[in-house]
Write a protein that binds this ligand. Structure first.
Ligand SMILES: Nc1ncnc2c1ncn2[C@@H]1O[C@H](COP(=O)(O)OP(=O)(O)OP(=O)(O)O)[C@@H](O)[C@H]1O
Length: 365
């Protein structure tokens, strides 16, 4: 199994800089997701790794073999990299089996195609043409075709984006399972946070042409390096705080910190909406809005802190909360995560971090 190492990668489209010093490491056999908004350069990154676009500088290596160093490049067809585009791009005149077997040596073709059809859950459908398959089935064929020549690395460019919500959820789990059983190293790019968290061992958050943080999904969600990553992973309560002795003083009281070694000073803490419990206990806040979402309620709250400062909060509750205008007690479950000015500066060395982060609830993705 081969890992991917991208170092200080810079890339341009014409005069526009798209990647500006991107680093990414994916271990052999690991599934990684690169998460970022539309237009941030995710496809450009994949296209450079695949060999369809040239790096301006930096290096791309797979299994220790340098494929592009900004000066010389290994040709795309010699890279042993599979690529699954958004729309699958199957050959319409070939059957599913014909698509998967295309380019394979004749001697092993039949057995390998049968094996792959099983792997992606399409046993028995090899004789169908793409127009006789559903969108999800077509994407499975595209995946099987990319895996067929046993690539060192598989690249998936938002391969589920054309599918409806339920199918996306099912297919991404199946694809992740198929890739794990094939022992593949894979990089998925997506703007869908649920997809990234559900699919990958390592999620890399992209911003301004670089990776801001790459970590296990749970670490990214609960211990982001800065407010941008905190918001990129889902709704975030970001409260003003002062830190001392491993605790944070906030408008919701004094809270333990995820990292007790946090230096004394002031900054912001992150609390996820599920960390807020509503009831009779705790600091009282005013309910400003309640949205019923089927599986839970999303509750917006207004809290007036010492000195008259307002904190807007969001909580997710299983039971129906009191309606807008009511007063409700808020208690915190678990530890708060400190986002210190020093931590923010380290995550974004060239960004301006002197500004106080907005203390509002992040927009839902
Ligand atoms: N061939 C091209 N010529 C000029 N500019 C391009 C080209 N391809 C992409 N760009 C620009 O480069 C930037 C990054 O594009 P890219 O497709 O890599 O983003 P992305 O994150 O994959 O977006 P999406 O999620 O919408 O696919 C965008 O501003 C885009 O307009």
């Amino acid at each position: 199994m081969s890992g991917l190492t991208v170092t200080d990668l810079h890339a341009q489209h014409g005069k526009a800089s798209v990647l500006t010093g991107l680093d990414l490491t994916v271990g052999g056999g690991e599934l990684a997701a690169v998460l970022g908004p539309s237009g941030c350069g995710k496809s450009t990154l994949l296209r450079i790794v695949a060999g369809f676009h040239a790096a301006a500088s930096g290096t791309v290596a797979v299994g220790g073999r340098v494929l592009d160093d900004g000066r010389s490049r290994v040709r795309a067809e010699q890279r042993r990299i599979g690529y699954v585009p958004q729309d699958g791009a199957l050959f319409p005149h070939l059957t599913a089996a014909g698509n998967i077997g295309f380019g394979l040596p004749r001697a092993e073709r039949k057995a390998r195609v049968a094996e792959l059809l099983e792997l992606v859950g399409l046993g028995g459908l090899g004789d169908r043409h793409p127009h006789q398959l559903s969108g999800g089935q077509q994407q499975r064929v595209a995946l099987a075709r990319a895996l067929a020549p046993r690539p060192d690395l598989l690249l998936l460019d938002e391969p589920f984006s054309a599918l409806d919500a339920q199918l996306r959820i099912e297919l991404r789990a199946e694809v992740a399972a198929a890739l794990r059983s094939a022992g593949a190293t894979a990089v998925l790019v997506t703007h869908d946070v649920d997809e990234a968290l559900a699919f990958a061992d390592v999620v890399a958050v992209m911003r301004d042409g670089r990776i801001t943080q790459a970590d296990a999904p749970d670490t990214l969600f609960h211990r982001p390096v800065d407010t941008h990553v905190a918001r990129a992973l889902g709704e975030a309560n970001l409260l003003a705080a002062t830190f001392a002795d491993g605790e944070a003083r906030t408008a919701l009281g004094t809270l333990p910190l995820t990292e007790p070694q946090t230096p004394s000073g002031s900054g912001t803490v992150l609390l996820r909406p599920r960390q807020l419990r509503l009831g009779d206990e705790g600091v009282h806040a005013t309910v400003t809005a309640v949205h019923f979402r089927g599986h839970d309620h999303r509750v917006e709250l207004d809290l007036v802190a010492d000195g008259g400062r307002r904190e807007r909060l969001v909580a997710y509750t299983d039971t129906a909360p009191p309606g807008p205008g009511s007063s409700v007690g808020v208690t915190v479950v678990g530890a708060a995560h400190a986002l210190t000015p020093a931590g923010e500066a380290a995550a974004r060395p060239e960004a301006e971090t002197a500004t106080v982060p907005e203390r509002t609830v992040a927009e839902a993705h």
